[in-house]
Design a protein around this ligand. Structure first.
Ligand SMILES: C[S@@+](CC[C@H](N)C(=O)[O-])C[C@H]1O[C@@H](n2cnc3c(N)ncnc32)[C@H](O)[C@@H]1O
Length: 268
């Protein structure tokens, strides 16, 4: 049985990067890169970096900074690697965010876009970030708002629940499961970080093709394995999902709302 919580492997990374990335991750990645660049860090660690969507923006705005790009899943990093030339100061390493293979006090910033929802022990991830940061180093990460605040995800859940009534898949709840800002700020204080703060960001990306986006969600996330295990038809489910998206958000070119939380704090 595949661990659907964190199985970004096989053909998932390519589909994730091409079909989902431009719609839901790109704009949030630009915001993250701007926030990180504000403190002009020289040595950055990126956690759960996936296919390098944030990294690409960060390396462009901070061209003299060394970025260590990590993720639990090597297949995600393989896609990320292709986005950088040999002259760029970017290196790649598989690493679990809860058990980092780096010395204490190494980095000026530790950053992560939409990764913390997948860490089974978040307190450990915060503690590891605190450990590898230099004193005063920045810790920045983002999480999604609720499923209702990101309604495309509700349509995925509804479509999959209708397709597999007796055994509905659960993956699509996980990315939206970490939206209690007050609780997360408390976690950061508990981990010894100072003056943590939070910003709520809304965005309405334009969608050129709900067919491509729906297929990306079905083939580019661990929902792929959930459908495989239930012997479902990925193409048919993606077509049904695209129809629901059109009915909810209007025919393409269309837009749909997204909401995310950004957290920023410093180590002592
Ligand atoms: C939704 S993706 C976000 C990727 C990237 N940050 C982005 O914005 O596109 C979640 C990522 O978390 C990674 N991941 C899951 N569990 C992890 C862990 N324990 N440590 C590090 N990365 C993990 C997955 O491999 C996946 O690439």
């Amino acid at each position: 049985m595949v661990d659907t919580n964190s199985a970004f492997v096989g053909d998932i990374p390519g589909n994730y990067d091409k079909q989902m990335g431009p719609v839901i991750f790109e704009h949030m990645a630009q915001i993250m890169a701007r926030k990180v660049a504000a403190s002009a860090p020289k040595h950055v660690l990126e956690l759960a970096a996936g296919t390098g969507i944030v990294t690409r923006h960060l390396a462009t705005v901070l061209d003299d900074t060394h970025i260590v790009v990590t993720d639990l899943n090597e297949p995600m990093l393989e896609i990320a690697r292709k986005k950088f030339s040999e002259t760029e100061k970017v290196s790649f390493q598989t690493a679990d965010a809860q058990d980092l293979p780096f010395e204490d006090g190494t980095f000026d910033a530790v950053i992560c876009q939409f990764g913390h929802m997948f860490f089974p022990d978040r307190a450990k991830a915060h503690a590891e970030a605190a450990r590898v940061l230099k004193p005063g180093g920045q810790y920045l990460f983002s999480t999604w708002g609720t499923n209702a605040e990101n309604p495309y995800s509700e349509l995925v859940i509804e479509t999959l629940s209708a397709a597999f009534e007796s055994d509905p898949p659960g993956f699509m709840k996980i990315p939206f499961s970490l939206n209690d800002a007050t609780g997360i700020l408390g976690e950061l204080r508990q981990a010894g970080f100072t003056e943590p703060h939070h910003e709520y960001v809304e965005h309405a990306p334009s969608v050129e093709s709900f067919d491509a986006f729906a297929l990306g969600l079905i083939l580019g996330s661990p929902a792929y394995f959930e459908i495989l295990e239930r012997e479902g038809d990925h193409g048919e489910i993606a077509r049904t999902l695209a129809g629901h998206m059109r009915a909810r958000f209007g025919h393409e070119p269309s837009t749909m709302p997204l909401k995310a939380h950004f957290f920023q704090t410093a180590s002592v």
